[in-house]
Ligand binder design. Sequence first.
Ligand SMILES: Cc1cc2nc3c(=O)[nH]c(=O)nc-3n(C[C@H](O)[C@H](O)[C@H](O)COP(=O)(O)O)c2cc1C
Length: 798
Amino acid sequence: MALLRRVWFQIHWFIGITAGSVLVVIGLSGATLSFRAEITDLLNPIPAASAAPALAPPALVARVQAEMPGRRIATVAVSTEPGRAARIGFAPPPGERRGETRFADPATGALLPDPVGEHFFEFVEELHRWLLLPRDDGKPITGSLAGLLLLLALSGLYLRWPRRPFAWRQWLRIDFALRGRAFLWNLHAVVGTVALLAYVVSTTTGMYWAFDGLRKAVDGAAGEGRVVRAERAPADAPVTLDLARVWQAFVDTTGGDWTQVTLRLPARNGTQVEAVYLRTHTEHERARNRLYLQAATGETLRHERYADKPPLGRFVNSIYPLHMGTYWGLPGRIVMMLTSLGLALFAISGWMMYLGRRRTAKAVRAERARLDAVAVPATAGDAGQVLVAFASQTGHAERLALQTASALQAAGVAAVVRPVSALSADALLHFRQVLWVASSFGEGDPSDSARAFAREFARQSGPGLRHLRYGLLALGDRHYATFCGFGRKLDHDLHNQGAQPLFPMVEVDGEDPAALARWHDALRETFGVRDAVWPVSTAPVFDAWRLDGRRLLNAGSQGDPLFEIELRRVSGSDAVNWTPGALVEIVPRQMHDDGAPAPAPRSYSVASIPSDGAVQLLVRQARHDNGLGVASGWLTVGAPMGAELALRLVANPGFALPDDARPCIFIGNGSGFAGLRALLRERARRGHGRNWLVFGERQAAHDGFGADEVAAWQAGGLVARADFVYSRDQAQRVYVQDRLREAGEVLKQWVDEEGAIVFVCGSLEGMAPGVDAALTEVLGESGMDALIAEGRYRRDVY
Ligand SMILES: Cc1cc2nc3c(=O)[nH]c(=O)nc-3n(C[C@H](O)[C@H](O)[C@H](O)COP(=O)(O)O)c2cc1C
C-alpha cells in the first residue's frame, strides 16, 4: 500500500514539474478562448446602419460576388440575430487547404474589415490546440499533455483520498487557519477535487480531437463522419446553381425554425447545396441539422435532423460544447474558464511544495553529514545505544531525529537513527532506550511510510516492551482536528506494551520553539545533552496581560491548592476573542525581568468564554521539594494583583464543540474542569442542553467548586446529567472511569445511538488512560476505533 502511494506520488510530482508549465499555457489559453465571441462583439460594435433588415443569402452572395469578381464563394453563413455579421468563406487558392474568411455587413453585403481581436484569438487558439507548432505535429503533443493532466488529476485524487470519504468537509474545506506547507497542501487538494470533473471532461474531449485515430474510431462507432457522396454532373459540366430557389426551399423545409445557417455552395461539377443549421430552440451550438438540396431546383435530397440521431451520434456532436462548458450553459462556461485558470494555481502551489521538499531534503542531508561527523563508535547491537526512530512524511521529523542523534553523539551517547518503516518486529528488543520523532498526517494518521509499522505495532499486545524506556516527540499542527494523532497513538501503544516513558511526551505545534526547547530540556536532563543547536523559527507573538483576580477554590482540600485566576489584556480596546476549548500560553513576565532565565511558556486550558469578558484559568499550585512551580507559584502567590504577564491564546480545534446541538459527554478531573467548564458555558449560551458531565475530585466538602454552576444548568435544562465522582468520600476509592463503567448502558446509548461526542480534559496520568480503558470496555474496540476515526473523541489532557 505504502509502495503504491509512493509510486503514485512520484508519478504525480514528476508530471507536475515536467508537463505542469506547458499545461498552464494550455489552461490559460483555453480560459482566454472561453468568452471569445462576447469579447469579439465588444471590440467590434455593430454599426448603426446594420440595424436595417438583413439580406437573404441570394442577395448577399450577389453583392459580395460583385465586389470580389473572380473569387469563388464556397460558404455563406448568416444568422437571425440582428446585426450579426455574415461570414463569407472563399474557396482556397490551388494547393492550399484553407481559404480566406471575410465578414460582411448583413444589411448591405459590404465586406467589413477583419474584426479587431480576431488575429489575437487565432494566435491563442493555435497556442491552445497545437502549441504554435505545425498542426499535425502539435496535435498529438497537446493530446498527450491532456492525457497527462488526466493522470495528474486522478493520481491527485488517489493521493488525497481521505480515511473517511463520506465526510464532505474532508473533501471540500479550505482551511485558511493552516500555515505553510499544510495550507498549500490543503489548497492544492481541495481545488483539485473541485476541478477534477472539469478536467476529466476537458482532457478526454481534448484528446478526441488531438488523436485522429481516436476520433475516427469514436465517429465510426457513432455512425458519424460518413462522407455522403453527392451525385456529380459530368466533369466538364458547369455548376448550375439557382440560389434563390435553394434558399426558398430551405425556408419552406425548415418552416423558418432556424437561427444560424451555413450554406456550402457547390464547387466544380457539384450538384447540391448543403445547409447546416441550428434550430431556434437548440440543445447546444453543435446540435446541427443538415439539409441537402438540389443546386439547380432546390429539391430536397436528404434531411438529417439532429433530433433523429442515435444517442451516440448526439454524444459525439456534444463533444465540443462539453469541452467548452457551453453544454451546461453559462455556469458550465464559467466553471471551465475558472478550472482552466486554476491550472496556474496548481502549478504555483505544486512548485512551492516541491521546492519546500527540496529545501527540507537539503537540510536533512546537512543533518546527516553533521551526525556522521560526530559519530561515536559503537559496537553493533550495543544495548547501550539509543535508537532514534522517526516517522516522517515531508522530512521535518527526520531532520529533528537526526538533530537529536547528533546532540546525543556530541554528548558522548551512541545513537543510531532509523525510519520506523525499517524497524523489524523484534528490533525493539535490542535497545533499552528509544527516542521517537513522529509526525501526523491526513487525519492524525501516521506518515505513508510508517503505516505498516503502526498497524503491526498496534496489533501487538502483552508487556513485551517492559525492558524499554522511551521519549516521544510528536509533531503536528493544532489546526488539524486530530492533533498529533499518530504520536499519541504510539504513546498509547508503547504504554500498553509495558514500555516506560523517560519523560512526558512532547507535542509540537508546527515548529513551536517552546515545545522544541522542552524536548531539548528533556534530552539535557536525561542524557546530559548540552550544545545541540535547535532550529529557531519566528517566535510566537505574546501580548501583555494583567492579573485581575485570584480565588482559592478548594480550601481545606487534601490536594494542592487550586486557584481560579482571572486575566485581562493590558492595552487595546478591541475585544479579545477565542473559540471555547482554546488554550493559553503564559510567560510569567516578572520572573523573566528579574534576570532569571526566561522560562519556557506554560499552557493552560481557558476556563471561560469570550462573553465572560476575561480569560479565566484553573491553576493548581505545583509544590516541589525546592519550592513552588515556576509558573503556578507565580500566578497563585508570587504575583501581586495587577502584575503583567505575556500571554497568547492558542486555538485547540481538536477540543472544539460541534456547531450543532449533538449530544456531548464531558469527562475530566481536577483542573481539567477548566476546559470542560468553557465548553459547557458555551453550550449553555447556545441553549444546547444535551450534555452529560462526569467529573472527578477528592471530597465534596472541599473540592466541589464546580457543583453550583452545574446545578444551575441542570435546573435550567442545560445539563441532562451530571455525575460528580468524589474519590475519597467513601472507604473505597472511586474514579470517573468507574462511573463510566457503571453507567455503561447509558454511555453506549449516548455514543452509539445518539452520536455523542466525548470530551476528556484533565490528567494524562491515571485519568486519561483509565477513561480510555473504560470507554474501550463499554464501546468495544471497534466502537472506540469508530469514535476516534469519526473525530468524536476529543481530548485535552496533560
Ligand atoms: C497534508 C497534511 C496533513 C496533516 N495532518 C495533520 C494531522 O492530522 N494532525 C496533526 O497534528 N498534524 C498534521 N499535519 C502537520 C504535520 O504533522 C506537521 O507539519 C509535521 O511537522 C510534519 O512533519 P514531517 O515533515 O516529518 O512529516 C499535517 C500536515 C500536512 C502537510
